[in-house]
Design a protein around this ligand. Structure first.
Ligand SMILES: Nc1ncnc2c1ncn2[C@@H]1O[C@H](COP(=O)(O)OP(=O)(O)OP(=O)(O)O)[C@@H](O)[C@H]1O
Length: 710
């Protein structure tokens, strides 16, 4: 092996005396990493994408413990594995080959060969330096002979001088020790170089990162600006389109206007032409007119004269009108006087009317015989004769046979206030009772009720038939209509009336509200209360303000729907309850400040047939018993009123009906009873019973009615 070969590697292998050849590395001249070129290469590598950059802009996978990318370090000439712990493994540093390669790599960073650099530090070529340090003569000199060994340093062969050999080896060992120290120093230098390089690298990375951030922010700013410019451009574009549209519309409008103006000017021109022609005509007419003006002037003068004479005639007429006006004033005064007199007359009429009513008696009985119906047979008609000056008598003939079988005619005579024949109409009946309705308006308590057997015509009389017409309408609607009419008439005398209506039925001694909810019958209790001022109230009742006659129709319809009806063998539509319609009339006279409250009760009693003829059983039997009881109580009350001694007991409380009518029967009240009878012979017995009951009532003279005035 040639130890003079100028490479460190060879020198190490041959292990020559390197004591004085130790490479002296000047730290100031330590190899440096050209920052600029590294940065350039880094930026070239990192710039295409930001996705490989970690938070700090350095790809994570490439960072070792000290944050230095392994690959990059190796690129800079320092192997990655050698940088563990302090960057350079000791075992390799002891190996000169490793140092040599490291040095050569470091030299390559300075673009210089390692050997030449080391040589330059000593200003000598390395090989020559080493050979000079060894002071060993080259083989060519032949003074010393070197033995070449493959492993370990070559030892010169001394032929007999062992001591000299030892000294030589000693010297060489010392040299090797010194060389080792140099290498260790070199290693330290290299390590510090590596550290410097790392810090430089860190700096460079930081700068790269900063640059990347700057690039990123610049890019996003540019992007933003670009977006802004684009938006601005779009808005501007839109505005321009809009402006363009508007301009187009304007241009179109101007075009239309221009056209219109053209048309107008053409028309104006034509009109002007026409006017010109007219003007010529007018000029001609003016000439004509001025000629006739003279004639008109003369005529005007004549007319003025006529007007003068008409003025004097008008003055004359005005005088006449003034005298007529005076006459009118006088008549107006007398009209006022007449109205006053009429008002007084009305008061007098009321007084007389009620005096007559009182004279007629406060309880009156009318009998009404209904006509035979299609369902009745002609041959079964009873012999009934009505006669008397006021149609007040009636005679019923009955064929009786004696116990011996001899047949004879028995006559039954009755007298009432009025007997209505089957041919008499609803209107005829109402004429008679309208006087009592008037009394209710005057502030009296009036009670009109219909009594009779089932099917005798009570409901027909009080309300009318099922399908009602103007001629068949019953007493209740007629009474309400009359009250409306009279109330209207009385307005001129200062009277103002309000009307309230209630409709109830007494079924099996229980009160039901016929204007209420029929499904709640039995759930709501109705109590009768009599106040000290003579008023009667029933609790929980529906009260309807009757401000128009049509409301009465509605009310009657609802009541007839609610009314309990049941079939018996006497009448297909038999009312099994008493129905009581109560009309409260409250009047006030603003002229005299007089107030009145009248009550009109219109009652349709339940059928009065006897138990034996009704053929009722079960529920119907109980109904009939309740009806008969209340009707007999009514008879008892009337009987007691007839025989009334001052403070005598009147059994009003014995039935709901009599208790309800306490203030409408007797004392201050006017009572009218319709006794309805059937013309049929088969009902003869029941008719006789009804007529006898009515006679009993008719014989009563119950006190003197008193008006309710405040
Ligand atoms: N004056 C009359 N003119 C014509 N038809 C009448 C007259 N009076 C009664 N009627 C008819 O006789 C039938 C029985 O009359 P209504 O129902 O009025 O008897 P009622 O006494 O009220 O019987 P109930 O006690 O069952 O109520 C009905 O069809 C009715 O139209």
């Amino acid at each position: 092996m040639d130890i003079d070969k100028p490479t460190l590697k060879r020198r190490n292998e041959t292990a020559p005396d390197t004591k004085r050849q130790r490479p002296k590395l000047n730290m100031n001249q330590a190899p440096r990493i050209p920052v600029r070129s590294t940065l350039a290469s880094r930026s070239n590598r990192t710039s295409p994408t930001t996705s490989t950059v970690s938070n700090q802009g350095v790809p994570k996978k490439k960072l070792n413990n000290q944050g230095v990318p392994k690959q990059r370090l190796s690129n800079q000439g320092v192997p990655t594995q050698r940088l563990s712990n302090q960057g350079i493994p000791k075992q390799r540093l002891s190996n000169q080959t490793a140092v040599s390669s490291s040095t050569s790599r470091l030299s390559s960073q300075n673009n210089k060969p390692a050997t030449s650099r080391l040589s330059s530090q000593n200003n000598k070529p390395a090989t020559s330096r080493l050979s000079s340090q060894n002071n060993i003569p080259a083989t060519a000199n032949g003074s010393k002979k070197l033995v070449t060994k493959k492993s370990g340093p070559e030892i010169p062969q001394f032929t007999g001088d062992i001591k000299g050999k030892m000294t030589y080896l000693q010297t060489q060992l010392e040299d090797s020790g010194g060389q080792l120290t140099d290498f260790e120093k070199l290693k330290d230098d290299l390590e510090s170089n590596v550290q410097n390089s790392e810090s430089l690298l860190q700096e460079a990375l930081q700068k790269v990162q900063d640059l990347e951030t700057t690039i990123e922010s610049t890019r996003s700013r540019h992007q933003e600006e670009l977006t802004k410019h684009q938006e601005k451009y779009m808005l501007k574009n839109r505005d321009l389109i809009f402006e363009n549209d508007q301009n187009n519309t304007k241009a179109k409008n101007w075009e239309n206007e221009l056209k219109q103006i053209e048309d107008e000017s053409r028309q104006t021109f034509l009109a002007l032409e026409e006017k010109k022609r007219e003007n010529v005509g007018l000029k001609a007419a003016l000439q004509k007119s001025s000629a006739s003006f003279t004639e008109v002037d003369a005529e005007l003068r004549v007319l003025k004269m006529k007007l003068k004479s008409a003025g004097s005639a008008l003055e004359e007429h005005e005088g006449h009108v003034s005298s007529l006006s005076n006459e009118w004033d006088t008549k107006d005064n007398s009209l006022e006087g007449l109205e006053k007199a009429l008002f007084e007359q009305e008061i007098l009429r009321r007084k007389l009317h009620n005096t007559i009513q009182e004279l007629k008696g406060n309880i009156r009985v009318f009998c009404r015989v209904r006509p035979s119906l299609e369902s009745d047979s002609e041959s079964n008609l009873a012999q009934i004769r009505i006669f008397g000056e006021d149609q007040e008598h009636m005679e019923l003939q009955e064929q009786v046979s004696s116990t011996l079988g001899k047949s004879s005619t028995k006559t039954h005579n009755f007298t009432f206030d009025r007997v209505f024949s089957p041919s008499e109409t609803q209107k005829d009946c109402f004429e008679e009772i309208s006087q009592l309705v008037q009394s209710a308006l005057d502030g009296y308590n009036v009670c009109i009720f219909a009594y009779g057997q089932t099917g005798s015509g009570k409901t027909y009389t009080m309300q009318g038939p099922n399908t009602v017409t103007e001629s068949t309408v019953g007493m209740i609607p007629r009474a309400v209509q009359q009250i409306y009419d009279v109330a209207q008439r009385l307005k001129r005398f200062g009277w103002n009336y309000t009307m309230e209506g209630q409709f109830l039925e007494i079924y099996n001694e229980t009160i039901h509200d016929l204007l209420g909810d029929a499904t709640k019958y039995g759930q709501i209790k109705h109590e009768i209360h009599h106040e000290k001022n003579g008023k009667t109230n029933v609790s929980n009742m529906t009260t309807v303000e009757l401000d128009s006659p049509s409301k009465v129709k509605m009310m009657l319809r609802k009541a007839s729907q609610n009314r309990a009806t049941g079939a018996t063998n006497l009448n297909e539509r038999s009312s099994r309850s008493h129905s009581v319609f109560t009309l409260k009339l409250i009047g006030h006279n603003r002229k005299t400040d007089e107030s009145t409250t009248g009550i009109l009760n219109l009652i349709d009693l339940a059928g009065s047939e006897r138990l034996s003829t009704s053929g009722s059983v079960g529920d119907r039997l109980r109904e009939t018993q309740a009806i008969n009881k209340s009707l007999s109580c009514l008879g008892d009350v009337i009987h007691a009123l007839v025989n009334n001694k001052e403070g005598g007991h009147i059994p009003y409380r014995n039935s709901k009906l009599t208790y309800l009518l306490r203030n409408s029967l007797g004392g201050n009240c006017k009572t009218l009873m319709f006794v309805n009878v059937s013309p049929m012979i088969e009902h003869f017995g029941e008719s006789l019973c009804s007529l006898r009951f009515a006679t009993k009532v008719n014989s009563c003279h119950i006190g003197t009615a008193k008006k309710s005035i405040k």
